[in-house]
Design a protein around this ligand. Structure first.
Ligand SMILES: *Cc1c(COP(=O)(O)O)cnc(C)c1O
Length: 424
């Protein structure tokens, strides 16, 4: 960081402070992680200097000797890891990867179907505020109110009724296994192209901890920076028959030059994800999530669907007398970082919902295990209690949060996170 510190002390200071925050806090946002030093090094490389519109051996500028090798290596690793026929590694992120599917395989005005945002789906699966809902006729399915789980018979009936061109499956806030095989079946029955978005669970899928959609659906999209633990980026995997359309949708349909530094870092992350160490890591993510779920249930927290099969938990805080917004702010003050989140059929608004969403990919990367999950459950209960205590003045509450934050910092000091620069 010497040169950055000399050229731009302001930005250098911000990065140092963020490094410290990522060290001292328990990061439970389920879409976040700690990328390795190797991934960060590739991201910060001279590859950022190169333009390479097009695809290997069909570029529009010269000087692609290294870039062609790099992109082919990255795509080969992705095909091997996920068993996909074709992979495009150029999408700038998860949302552009999904947009590419709409551009490749749909036309504005087509009927599309996806899990609603309010029930754990992603914006890009047909939410009214996103291009996917604005430019397409979006039909949204939800989870069963009583169980918090997907009801596949209901989804099949809805698909039969609306005959969507694209049927999206996958989620951003759903704690249970998704039956991609069943989605594939439903798609075949109604003549829909089935797209599985595994942005959150890509690391679990790569490690065999969540059933893979690749054999069952037509197209699979993902981010690379969540449980897969790579740089911020996206990929589209598909059957060979869709390869041309997907590639053309990404370039020249939506994007210009690919971010080659990101491609390099994705290649590194894919190599890491193919190791036995990574498979063990993914198994610990799930073990930790289940341990945390059990500690939270013991302390009276309501979990949507009652628990988790994957890396994340959705907590319904209504029984605790605090809103998701209040709890998220209180936890942050206590050194525990999550996001407030809608719960299915939330009586409150998206800005002030009833729940929070937490996940274990980042804490598992820094080595937290079952014992640390017990501490975490205890701290979360203390914070909820302090926030809900009507008898406490603001100062008293803040003191309780600070007490937890200090214990959190002590624990974090024992678990240096991958990728971070050690504090001097
Ligand atoms: C995170 C996420 C995305 C979008 O990824 P960005 O990189 O933030 O654009 C898409 N789909 C799902 C299911 C996600 O969870």
């Amino acid at each position: 960081m010497t040169s950055l510190g000399e050229v731009d002390p302001d930005v250098a200071e911000i990065i140092r402070a963020e490094n410290r925050r990522q060290h001292q806090k328990i990061r439970l946002i389920p879409s976040e992680n700690y990328a390795s030093r190797a991934v960060l090094e590739a991201t910060g490389s001279v590859l950022t200097n190169k333009y390479s519109e097009g695809y290997a051996r069909e570029r529009y500028y010269e000087g692609q000797q290294q870039i062609d090798r790099l992109e082919e290596l990255c795509a080969q690793r992705a095909r091997d890891l996920f068993g996909a026929e074709h992979v495009n590694v150029q999408p700038y992120s998860g949302s552009p990867a999904n947009q590419a599917v709409y551009v490749a395989l749909g036309r504005p005005g087509d009927t599309v179907m996806g899990l609603s945002l309010a029930h754990g789906g992603h914006l890009t699966h047909g939410a009214a505020v996103s291009v996917s809902g604005l430019h397409y006729e979006a039909v949204q399915y939800g989870v069963d109110e009583a169980t918090g789980r997907l009801d596949y018979d209901r989804i099949a009936a809805l698909a039969e009724k609306h005959r969507p061109k694209l049927l999206w499956c996958g989620a951003t806030a759903h704690p249970r296994i998704i039956d991609f095989e069943r989605f594939g079946q439903i798609g075949r029955e109604v003549g829909a192209v089935v797209v599985a978005d595994i942005a959150h669970i890509a690391g679990l899928v790569a490690a065999g901890l969540h059933p893979s959609p690749v054999p069952h659906v037509d197209v699979v999209t993902t981010t690379t920076h969540k449980s897969l633990r790579g740089p911020r980026g996206g990929m589209v995997m598909c059957r060979e028959k869709f390869a041309k359309a997907i590639d053309a949708a990404i370039f020249p349909g939506l994007q210009g030059g690919p971010h080659n530094h990101t491609t390099a870092a994705i290649a590194v992350a894919l190599k890491e994800a193919a190791t036995p160490d990574f498979r063990a890591y993914a198994a610990r993510i799930v073990e930790n999530a289940q341990a945390l779920a059990s500690h939270l249930r013991d302390r009276g927290f309501d979990l949507v669907s009652g628990g988790t099969d994957n890396h994340l938990l959705l907590i319904d805080l209504r029984s605790k007398g605090v809103s998701g917004y209040q709890m998220a702010k209180a936890l942050d003050a206590a050194g525990i970082v999550c996001n407030y989140n809608l719960i299915p059929d939330d009586p409150r608004s998206a800005r002030r919902p009833s729940g929070i969403r937490i996940g274990t990919p980042a804490v598992t990367s820094r080595g937290f295990g079952i014992e640390e999950m017990a501490l975490l459950g205890n701290w979360m209960a203390r914070v909820a209690q302090a926030r809900a205590d009507e008898g406490l003045e603001l100062a008293g509450r803040k003191q309780r949060y600070a007490g937890v934050a200090s214990e959190v910092r002590d624990l974090c000091d024992q678990f240096p996170a991958p990728g971070l620069i050690p504090e001097a």
